[in-house]
Design a protein around this ligand. Structure first.
Ligand SMILES: C[S@@+](CC[C@H](N)C(=O)[O-])C[C@H]1O[C@@H](n2cnc3c(N)ncnc32)[C@H](O)[C@@H]1O
Length: 292
């Protein structure tokens, strides 16, 4: 990551006015579907300060003019904006209680049905995959469940994000110990190559199942080009969207999922007030959703 992007926590001193905030918020929403609540001015000031300083702008009005009028502002800068506004926090085996439900119920059902029908195929979509920890975790869970039989299965984990920076990290598959903070030790020794100095590399058999690509969940045409899935994981992503955007994205997942497909969202992302296209199922400590 460049110094610019690693400066997400930089505290600058250019203040954003209410009018500038509302204008920038609209641009961000139109671009990504990410909706900034009224109290997020500080977040903008904090994250955008290094960028404004790099471009030598003295105010957010200058930056807004650049975004609206300059050829580079209307194109390349929108990519920069995406990098600055997304929150990419993640880890391997994040929310393990939910992943246990995935393995013991959802995956077991898909495997049993695949064996019964002779169609040994598993297709999973990790939407908003950040730097790859979630889809690689799913690949490890599949290896653990199928063991040597994994060779007999056609498996595809499609993993997408709007941020090019995190996708580059995901493709590399190299992580520090911090990313492994919620990973069982036997998984670390089995599926990572320890390269010393707290650097770990994903083993090729785990990487092989995952295809990364850039998509914007705000664009229907992007949603429609994802292969249909047995399971969609979209955890800790829709929390950043408003209700209208959540409905659009959930409709996209409904359309993508195969009959009786399963949807996993983050544990704070209840769907009951948003859509009735998915039926909730309560498990110990987690809720899963099924396509109706
Ligand atoms: C907090 S991370 C969650 C990562 C992972 N799913 C997890 O639960 O650990 C949210 C991710 O959603 C991505 N994201 C936000 N808006 C998006 C959009 N409109 N299209 C695609 N990805 C988006 C961000 O770039 C970020 O990497």
């Amino acid at each position: 990551m460049s110094a610019l992007f690693s400066g997400k926590g930089f505290s600058g001193n250019i203040k954003i006015t209410q009018k500038e905030f509302l204008e920038l918020r609209d641009i961000i929403y139109e671009l990504s579907g990410i909706y900034l609540q009224d109290n997020r001015k500080f977040l903008i000031e904090n994250r955008f300060a290094p960028r404004l300083s790099e471009l030598e702008f003295k105010s957010y009005s200058d930056y807004l003019d650049y975004l609206k009028k300059h050829p580079k502002g209307k194109t390349e800068e929108l990519m920069m904006l995406t990098e600055l506004i997304t929150t990419n926090e993640t880890s391997f085996f994040r929310d393990n209680s939910q992943l246990k439900v995935f393995r013991n119920f959802t995956l077991k059902k898909i495997i049993d049905e695949g064996i019964k029908s002779g169609r040994r195929e598993i297709k999973i979509w990790s939407a908003g995959c950040s730097s790859g920890e979630e889809p690689y975790t799913l690949s490890m869970i599949l290896h653990e469940a199928l063991k040597d039989d994994i060779r007999k299965w056609r498996i595809m984990i499609t993993a997408n994000d709007i941020s090019s920076n995190v996708l580059k990290m995901a493709e590399k598959g190299i992580y520090t110990r911090y990313s492994l903070r919620t990973t069982p030790p036997y998984i670390i020794s089995k599926y990572f190559e320890d390269r010393g100095n707290d650097v770990f590399r994903i083993k090729p058999e785990i990487k092989r199942l995952v295809r990364f690509g850039k998509i914007n969940l705000n664009l229907d045409r992007d949603l429609k080009r994802i292969p249909r899935s047995h399971v969609v994981f979209c955890r800790n992503v829709i929390i950043y969207f408003d209700k209208k955007m959540k409905i659009r994205v959930l409709n996209g997942f409904h359309h993508n999922l195969l009959d009786n497909g399963h949807l996993y969202v983050g544990h704070s992302e209840a769907l009951h007030a948003v859509t009735d296209k998915f039926k909730p199922k309560q498990h110990a400590g987690t809720i899963t959703y099924h396509k109706i």
